[in-house]
Design a binder for this molecule. Structure first.
Ligand code: PEP
Ligand code: MG
Length: 591
């Protein structure tokens, strides 16, 4: 008997239901044979090698074109660099020479050439070039796969309605997936606030992470259902299961249509308090979606997308990207977060690898202050874009007051240099800090004297406060944004901002959880920035509750001893209002 219906319970990382055919990307690597070939095989091996180069280049070119259309030039750059490597005469000639001299098969000769090249790159005393070793490995795998008969089909061969099942995927890999073809994602590892999950949410791809064993056991081509609301993957569903999810998906689509009709309603509570709802934006292409969902501004624009390629983006390129966002949102505000590489946000152009504990390592503002030219280039681009609309600067991963002071002084230097060059810009952009490290939350009163606004980054604040990695499925049950310790820090930040007369927003993912959003409002955080697809539902929540109830509830939450108690409190106090705003799935029909 063949395999039958089974499911995997993981972590709900991006909401919605996807029904499609699995494409299992198990990450198997082709084996390189160590044998030798006869003299008669030398020429055929050589031409097998050159055809493989041509064929891989063609595939990479198609991926580049598709990524450029769907996500823009910045992401497509990654593939430009891969094409340049495939066209490299030295690599080709050296491999052909090894095949001829040693009578090695094409795979072995090419692997030898690449090993030499990687070793040479690793010795180079230049960080950017050293960081390209990863790309050399990538190209090597693609060519070896092609030579071994393409046993591991590339993501380029996808059909429509595909659910990608992978052991792990990098945030940049998810960003490259075509939304036209890919309908859902299942990943063996990871947590809901890892960047892979965040990008999946931005793209509106239903996703389950932490679905241990899925990539080993679900065969390519089999039917799967991704339940991104409950965090469950159903493989080989029976007819009743399939019927249930098809009908649930139809219900969700109807609900999305209803919500979009209510998009222009104001986001005010029943007792008439205004709540500002903004969008977090990870890719410039998301701006249209943000506007369509009624975003009142961009609460946090992550800028790492610009640094995914192999070459650091110049001032002009960054300026054009920021200006496009600022102009599209004008007159609404756009908070541009300066480069936050490190941790799980990796770049080909800045080498942040080889740390035992990258989440506590060289990341965010630390990289920027250690590399002033990198920071000033970005700041100049932001100051120039600020001349075209309301752009503000946000510093990530700040843990010490002197980091803000040093950043401010580099910002002044950047403004003076622009002035000296006679370039149009705005020198007095508002400057804010992310409050995402406990030291910054605890010293919020001191930080409030230094900046014009706060943005609570609870994705990191929760991980650092509770010592729970945000990207590890095994401890996902301990990652608890409603933990009273986290709530007390948020209260301190919100009170400090109010007393200093500055604003405090939240841009962490917890703001898109309706129950957590009510607590945040009760704690005094009246600006919420979330993935734009979460805005319409959040507005329904705001419109269904009284701020006075939320405040009372938050006071009580601070006295409780666990996140579960806080959630229970919210449900028992304002459960009915929340259910009205966010109808649950019909009970009783679930498979
Ligand atoms: C956060 O830490 O909450 C945040 C918004 O930043 P990121 O998710 O990019 O680390
Ligand atoms: Mg963060």
């Amino acid at each position: 008997m063949g395999p039958s219906y089974h499911n995997y319970v993981g972590v709900a990382a991006s909401p919605g239901i996807a029904i499609g055919k699995a494409f299992t990307h198990a990450g198997a690597r082709p084996v390189v044979s160590q044998r030798r070939v006869s003299s008669a095989r030398v020429e055929p091996e050589r031409s097998r090698f050159t055809s493989a180069l041509v064929s891989v280049a063609e595939t990479v070119r198609r991926t580049r074109d598709r990524v450029e259309i769907e996500h823009g030039q910045d992401l497509a750059q990654i593939f430009e660099a891969q094409l340049a490597m495939l066209a490299d005469a030295e690599v080709r000639d050296r491999t052909l020479q090894i095949i001829g001299e040693r009578h090695w098969p094409a795979e072995r000769a090419f692997a030898e050439t690449m090993a030499g090249l990687c070793a040479a790159f690793e010795q180079i005393d230049n960080e950017y070039l050293r960081a390209r070793v990863g790309d050399l490995h990538d190209i090597e795998q693609q060519v070896l796969t092609e030579l071994s008969g393409g046993a591991m089909p590339g993501l380029q061969t996808l059909r429509s309605n595909t659910v990608i099942i992978a052991r792990d995927l990098l945030p940049s890999e998810v960003a490259q997936l075509g939304r036209r073809l890919v309908t859902g994602l299942v990943i063996d590892v990871g947590g809901a606030t890892s960047h892979t999950s965040i990008i999946a949410r931005s793209l509106g791809l239903p996703t389950v992470v932490g679905a241990e064993g899925a990539s080993r056991r679900i065969a390519s081509g089999s039917r799967v259902i991704v339940d991104g609301d409950e965090g469950v993957v159903h493989a080989l569903p029976t007819a009743p299961v399939l019927r249930y999810f098809r009908s649930e998906r139809r219900r969700q689509l109807r609900r999305e249509r209803d919500l979009s009709e209510r998009r222009s309603l104001p986001s005010v509570t029943v007792d008439d308090f205004k709540v500002q709802l903004c969008a977090n934006v990870d890719l410039p292409q998301e701006i249209d979606l943000a506007l369509a969902n009624g975003a009142e501004g961009v609460g946090m624009c992550r800028t790492e997308f610009l640094y995914l390629g192999h070459v650091l983006p110049g001032e002009q390129q960054q300026y054009e990207s920021y200006r496009a966002i600022v102009e599209a949102m004008s007159p609404r505000p756009v908070v541009i977060r300066t480069l936050d590489l490190g941790g799980d946000k990796l770049s080909h152009a800045v080498d942040t690898s080889a740390e035992a504990n990258p989440m506590l390592g060289w990341r965010g503002i630390r990289i920027c202050l250690d590399t002033p030219s990198l920071f000033k280039t970005q700041i100049k681009a932001i100051l120039r874009a600020a001349a075209c609309g309301d752009a503000r600067i946000l510093l990530p991963m700040v843990s010490r007051i002197d980091e803000v002071r040093r950043a401010r002084s580099l910002i002044s230097e950047a403004a003076s240099e622009l002035a000296a060059e006679g370039i149009d810009h705005r020198a007095d952009c508002d400057l804010g800090v992310m409050i995402e490290v406990p030291s910054a939350a605890i010293m919020a009163r001191q930080f409030a004297e230094e900046v014009e606004f706060f943005s609570l980054g609870t994705n990191d604040l929760v991980q650092y406060t509770l010592a729970v990695d945000r990207g590890t499925a095994r401890v996902a049950n301990l990652y608890d944004p409603l933990h009273p310790a986290v709530l007390r820090l948020i209260r301190e930040v919100s009170d400090s901002a109010r007393d200093a007369g500055i604003s405090a927003a939240i841009c962490g993912e917890m703001a898109s959880d309706p129950e957590a959003a009510v607590v945040l409002l009760g704690l005094g955080v009246m600006q919420l920035s979330v993935s734009s697809t979460a805005i319409p539902e959040l507005k329904e929540v705001v419109r269904a509750i009284r701020l006075s109830d939320a405040r009372e509830l938050a006071e009580e939450a601070l006295t409780l001893t666990s996140g579960a108690e806080v959630r229970h409190l919210v449900q028992s106090r304002i459960g009915p209002a929340l259910r009205l705003a966010r109808p649950a799935r019909p009970a009783g029909e679930r498979p």
